[in-house]
Design a protein around this ligand. Structure first.
Ligand SMILES: C[S@@+](CC[C@H](N)C(=O)[O-])C[C@H]1O[C@@H](n2cnc3c(N)ncnc32)[C@H](O)[C@@H]1O
Length: 270
């Protein structure tokens, strides 16, 4: 079964605004994609001139996503995924990675960008045995996300909550911690939280000026966090080895993969 309830529910959804750079499209540009406008490329190039490693950050983040989903599905037996802050469809989307391990895997994607909504059907190509759904929803509204996810996922069975590059758009750390707690509180024992988050640690000092430029010229506003702040999202959970590290150094396929200033981690709900 493949559902598109979140997509069909928004026949009058806002159109993408090509005049202001938006995160999902600029991220797509840094990843080498074509789903972006001139405004996105201009801001993306300017950020890259200030913070040259940004393209590698984006690619390392996607490689982390692939490794973490394969580990969850292949080694840890997880069959349900709630991917919040999905981004535009790209090469290895969560449902493709998970359903390559087990076609019965069920995936719910969540994003609030109108351009992602336009392309959401590309995320809904489930195997016949499994299911995918797309919710047009804001991470600041976990109750809506949980209600929508429950249409496709069995919340009595373990779920991997994927929050890659999304909590950096929740400005207040207390609010961000509360969102993660609310989502994980509902999930049963054996569920997981996977996340990535930008930082000015790990050699990311140039991110200070780059994020200030972003916040003056693009949307939505972003922020970095320290490893200690990001560690709070895992309170009450058991971090999987190697813990909270540069996402490039989390169980890398290539031992020489260079560190990037983006934390990544995976933890289990006991
Ligand atoms: C940096 S991209 C990360 C995409 C993907 N998770 C990855 O790691 O490649 C962040 C995504 O979060 C989405 N996003 C930003 N603010 C959001 C919000 N308040 N609610 C839901 N999604 C949001 C953006 O539209 C974008 O697609």
């Amino acid at each position: 079964m493949s559902q598109a309830s979140g997509v069909d529910a928004h026949p009058t959804a806002p159109r993408p605004d090509p005049s202001v750079a938006h995160n999902a499209r600029v991220w797509n540009y840094w990843l080498g994609g074509k789903d972006n406008f001139e405004s996105d490329r201009a801001v993306g190039d300017r950020i890259r001139s200030m913070f040259p490693v940004i393209g590698e950050v984006a690619r390392a983040d996607r490689r982390f996503l692939a490794r973490v989903v394969r580990h969850l599905a292949g080694d840890l037996g997880v069959r349900q995924f709630l991917d919040i802050g999905t981004g535009l469809p790209t090469a290895d989307n969560t449902h493709q990675l998970a359903q390559a391990v087990d076609p019965r895997s069920r995936v719910v994607y969540v994003d609030n960008d109108p351009m992602v909504l336009v392309h959401a059907r590309a995320l809904l190509t489930s195997s016949p045995e499994g299911a995918t759904d797309y919710l047009d929803a804001d991470v600041h509204r976990p109750e809506e996300i949980l209600a929508g996810a429950a249409r496709t996922l069995d919340l009595d069975q373990p779920v991997a909550v994927m929050m890659l590059g999304i909590l950096n758009f929740v400005q207040d750390t207390e609010v961000a911690v509360a969102i993660v707690r609310r989502l994980l509180d509902v999930m049963p024992s054996g569920s997981y939280l996977a996340l990535t988050h930008p930082t000015v640690e790990l050699g990311g000092e140039a991110n200070v000026a780059a994020m200030a430029f972003w916040n003056a010229h693009a949307s939505p506003p972003i922020r970095a966090r320290t490893g200690a702040e990001i560690g709070r999202f895992f309170t009450g959970l058991e971090l999987v080895e190697p813990g909270l590290v540069s996402c490039a150094r989390w169980r890398p396929d290539d031992a020489d993969e260079a560190m990037v200033p983006q934390y990544g981690g995976l933890a289990r709900k006991p």
